[in-house]
Design a protein. Structure first.
Length: 303
């Protein structure tokens, strides 16, 4: 084969290789999962409740938050759409890492379901609304100053948002349990003085572009709302006799009923699977105990 023929043969091989690569279908399934994950986490950053836990803290877009019933119903609708997209994805034949990613997205969807319906703190726990009002301000201030115009406006927006969220919280809370109400009353003790110290520190350090009158007025308005939230309704709830419901008592006292309830709620593996795990663990422990006993006996005989 001369040089010209070798060159033509090489070009042919390259062409066939490129054509083969282009002919291979792209893994559309994994792309669908990536798109779902991107859409979900963008949505989650906007609607996830604030908590005092640093582990699940995420970067959030600016603006106001809404915990009205209309907004909560919208969250449920969005969650149902995400779950429908997730269930349609076929992971057969996927690499193990991608299958793990798929399971993790399912876990995050379950977390949202837990927050909205399984353990709906938004309609039972007044402390939830303290977290949704004061924690956003704290998170904004954990970023070291000085704060430019955009960050200063975000701090002010979060303080301005406090009265609206508390008003929505009062509408959502039906009969908060007495222990929750008591903790909330204690948490808001002296809140006006603490907010004034915060605004004074910001103004004194000249780390914000906000004007003194603007910041103080907004802070006082927020303090009024927090003290009102702490007022008569919570104090009345704190004095109410607290007792477990009939369902709660049966769940706590009778483990089998707990597991039936957990299975219906979709928050736990089946009781039979856990029983099998316990039997396996017990068997392993017995085997280890027998082995260690025989070993000790043999050692004593040698001695």
């Amino acid at each position: 084969m001369n040089a010209s023929q070798a060159a033509r043969f090489f070009v042919l091989l390259v062409s066939l290789s490129v054509a083969s690569t282009q002919a291979q279908p792209r893994n559309s399934g994994t792309e669908v999962l990536d798109k779902l994950a991107g859409d979900f986490w963008t949505w989650r950053a906007k609607y996830a409740p604030f908590t005092g836990d640093d582990v699940n803290r995420i970067e959030r877009p600016g603006g106001t938050r809404d915990w009205s019933r209309v907004s909560i119903d919208k969250r449920r609708k969005d969650l149902a759409e995400f779950e429908a997209r997730w269930k349609k994805i076929d992971i057969d034949g996927w690499p193990i890492p991608k299958q793990v990613d798929y399971r993790l997205i399912g876990s995050t969807l379950s977390r949202v379901h837990w927050e909205l319906d399984i353990n709906p703190r938004w309609k039972r726990d007044p402390n939830f609304y303290i977290e949704q009002t004061l924690t956003p301000v704290v998170e904004a201030l954990t970023v070291p100053g000085p704060y430019d115009e955009a960050r200063s406006r975000e701090i002010l927006t979060r303080i301005e948002n406090i009265p609206a969220i508390l008003q929505q919280g009062e509408a959502n809370l039906a009969n908060p349990p007495a222990p929750f109400a008591s903790v909330s009353i204690q948490a808001l003790d002296g809140v006006r003085e603490r907010l004034r110290k915060m605004s004074s520190a910001l103004l004194r350090s000249a780390s914000t572009t906000l004007k003194e009158q603007e910041l103080n007025s907004t802070t006082d308005h927020a303090a009024d709302a927090l003290e009102h939230f702490r007022g008569k309704k919570l104090r009345l709830a704190a004095t109410r006799t607290f007792s477990f419901s009939r369902t709660s008592r049966s769940i706590l006292i009778r483990p089998k009923k707990f597991w039936r309830w957990a299975n219906r709620s979709g928050i736990a593996p089946s009781h039979s699977r856990l029983t099998k795990r316990n039997e396996t663990a017990t068997s392993r422990h017995s085997s280890w105990h027998r082995t260690s006993t025989i070993g000790s006996r043999t050692q004593r005989q040698r001695n």
